[in-house]
Design a protein around this ligand. Sequence first.
Ligand code: FES
Length: 321
Amino acid sequence: MTDDLIKVRVAAKELLAPDVASFTLVREDGGTLPPYAPGAHIDLHTPSGLVRQYSLYELDSASEGYRIGVLREAQSRGGSLSLFNDAQVGQTLHIGEPRNHFPLHADAAHSLLFAGGIGITPIVCMVRQLSAEGRDFALHYSGRSRQQMAFVEPLRQAAFADKVRIYADDEGGLEQLDLPAAIGAPSPDRHLYVCGPSGYMNHVLDAARRLGWLESRLHREYFSPAHDLEGEELPFELQVKGDPRIIQVLRGVTAVEALSQAGFEIPTSCAQGVCGTCITTVLEGVPDHRDSYFTDEERAKNDCFTPCCSRAKSRRLVIEL
Ligand code: FES
């Protein structure tokens, strides 16, 4: 655990839906938490010891505390489940400062937002901001059932409720969400934002690409890998600029682990190629990108990679730390 983590106390825990809990986190020392913009998330050290990323969903609530929504996921690796079940009011937790890889774009004349399930948390913060600024937008919010969708009521009661469409699978939601019609034609001043389960996100992004949308207008925030991280793990070599040693990355060992054994510590958080914490500059060689963080355009540059999960297509990568 690093020194720059912030100690927070769980000030409130509230069920928003049967499997979604809201946590309000305040500074343990009584101070003010750092401000953030819509789309920001924090790294949170869960009671299980796993670090997970959670979007901040209230607009401008930094002075009162951060609010996050946590889904009880039986299938998860245990981070969110331990937070949902074990973290209680009064408990101390550790978080990182807010980071934002999913910001709103100020030049958008029209913003199109798609949220699936718990992916509504960054999006709800974004639409509140867009509404406060009087900007044009449309939100398409999908989930398994209305009962499981934590933000149906707040959105129905919002001043901008007429810009929100709700799709519940158990009401035939999948049939109702006509993606090509909802997405429409691309234009330079239209931006699309999507967050939710990776299958849902890929579905929305693929539909937009088929309609001719450019990657630069498509914005997404993954909280779980977009694809299976499994794959053939060929050994490769790493060399750190300025160090003559050649570091072997064997099958079953990540680049982060091999670098650590050689004395180079890379900060990590999700360890799944989702959060971007471990991004490392590549000077030579071709990475085998296995992350869900970079866009295709960013990957094609081959000038950085996520060593927590990515590997190499070339025999050796030369990196800079
Ligand atoms: S630690 Fe999250 S992308 Fe590598």
